[in-house]
Design a binder for this molecule. Structure first.
Ligand SMILES: Nc1ncnc2c1ncn2[C@@H]1O[C@H](COP(=O)(O)OP(=O)(O)O)[C@@H](O)[C@H]1O
Ligand SMILES: Cc1ncc(COP(=O)(O)OP(=O)(O)O)c(N)n1
Length: 260
């Protein structure tokens, strides 16, 4: 069985973060493992508190996994502060980690900052360059590039400019675009478009986490990047179609098992 690691924050309500990642890995027939970077007190209505894990403890978790287990892919989600980002980049290099998917989580749907603003520079300096693919949503791409992105053409330029910062490829997600949910992948050579009619639902908590985890799971299974993103797009679309309400706010996507 292929083994996939998530390095991310815990979401107590289970829709995003580590919990969404592990559900996705299992649903896609891979074995999931986790390194926790922060614990959030979170429900469908918002994020109420965050407690970060000490960088040394993050380092220990990563070391004990890579020292023992062959890891086929790794996804990085919520990394809130500079020291944690530095630690993760250093460890991924030390263990020559492969199939690295970086989801540059910055803000929750409810508007809570999940990354300290000053940590952005470290993300760009040390984490983006080790990534095989980085998966910003429109807002995150805007923050990284410090300019507005509103059209598919802007997304193409953004993907190309993000690749110039060091990652092998960039997938700019159009979940927050008007019209269809179009994502644009640039792999340093060409663009690929993943286009899906927008699904009318407010239950989209954790879509970005689920999508990036599905990409990592498919890369671990040996698919090419373009095939992995295609498989992940099908998975997230199905999960959004089956999303449901569990509380008073934004409900989670629903994970369904796909056996390979
Ligand atoms: N209402 C929707 N209908 C169909 N696809 C969606 C919808 N909302 C988001 N997506 C897709 O879900 C994936 C995650 O994107 P997005 O929601 O932008 O990420 P994030 O959670 O990081 O903001 C992308 O493939 C995006 O196109
Ligand atoms: C612990 C934790 N990590 C990440 C997020 C953000 O996840 P995302 O998939 O971008 O989903 P929304 O916040 O947009 O629902 C999170 N909320 N918590």
């Amino acid at each position: 069985m292929r083994k996939v690691l998530t390095i991310a924050g815990s979401d107590s309500c289970g829709g995003a973060g580590i919990q969404a990642d592990l559900k996705t890995f299992a649903a896609l027939g891979t074995y999931g493992m986790s390194v926790i970077t922060a614990v959030t007190a979170q429900n469908t209505q918002g994020v109420f508190a965050v407690q970060e894990i000490a960088p040394e403890m993050v380092a220990k978790q990563i070391s004990c996994l890579y020292e023992d287990i062959v890891i086929d892919a790794v996804k990085i989600g919520m990394v809130s502060k500079t020291e944690i980002i530095k630690t993760i980049a250093r460890k991924l290099k030390e263990y020559q980690a492969k199939n690295i998917v970086v989801d540059p989580v910055m803000i929750s749907k409810s508007g809570y900052d999940l990354m300290h603003p000053e940590a952005k520079e470290e993300l760009i300096r040390t984490l983006l360059p080790v990534a095989d693919v980085v998966t910003p949503n429109l807002y995150e791409a805007q923050v990284i590039l410090e300019r507005e992105i509103t059209t598919v053409e802007d997304m193409e330029k953004a993907a190309r400019d993000i690749v110039a910062l060091g990652p092998k490829s960039a997938l700019v997600k159009g979940g927050h675009l008007r019209g269809n949910a179009v994502d644009v992948l640039y792999d340093g050579e060409s663009f690929t478009y993943y286009d899906q009619e927008r699904i009318a639902t407010t239950n989209t908590h954790g879509t970005g986490c689920t999508y990036s985890s599905a990409i990592a799971a498919h890369l671990a299974r040996g698919l090419s990047l373009k095939e992995a993103v295609q498989g992940a797009k099908e998975y997230i679309t199905g999960a959004i179609l089956n999303s449901f309400s569990i509380g008073k706010g934004v409900g989670p996507t629903h994970h369904f098992y796909k056996y390979y």
